[in-house]
Write a protein that binds this ligand. Structure first.
Ligand code: 5GP
Length: 120
């Protein structure tokens, strides 16, 4: 597991050094619009704790953090009105997963048909 890099862009957003278009925040979770949206709704949900990936988050997060994360997802998709028509959630991980930012984030994409699960 790579070490957490305090200089990654989402760490800077969490510290308030870089602005974001926030859609949700609580003690453990922040969610904001992706800067380069791939769908009408494209939100990134991140834990406030220092977790590199979904693997790191699953291994080290407390039950409270885990619960807060998935409760936040439920709140966000409900507020964004993308539950009934459906949406995609993606957690790119590591090199083969194409993860660009090494702070765990869940993409939520909706508002249109997202297309094939994996492009060739
Ligand atoms: P990854 O490829 O790591 O799964 O996704 C990283 C995502 O972060 C990309 O979709 C990219 O557009 C988004 N992103 C990168 N830098 C910023 C930023 O400064 N602000 C916001 N809101 N999104 C960013």
């Amino acid at each position: 597991m790579p070490e957490y890099d305090d200089n990654n862009i989402f760490a800077k957003i969490l510290r308030g050094e870089i602005p974001c278009d926030k859609v949700y925040e609580d003690d453990h979770v922040l969610a904001f619009k992706d800067i380069s949206p791939q769908a009408p709704v494209h939100i990134l949900v991140i834990p406030k704790g220092k977790y590199v990936s979904i693997v790191d988050f699953g291994a080290k997060a407390s039950p409270e953090e885990l619960k807060a994360f998935f409760s936040a997802v439920e709140t966000i998709v409900s507020e964004q009105n993308i539950v009934s028509e459906g949406f995609r959630s993606i957690a790119n991980t590591g090199l083969n997963g194409g993860q660009e930012v090494p702070h765990f984030h869940l993409h939520l994409l909706g508002g249109k048909k997202i297309g094939p699960m994996v492009s060739k």
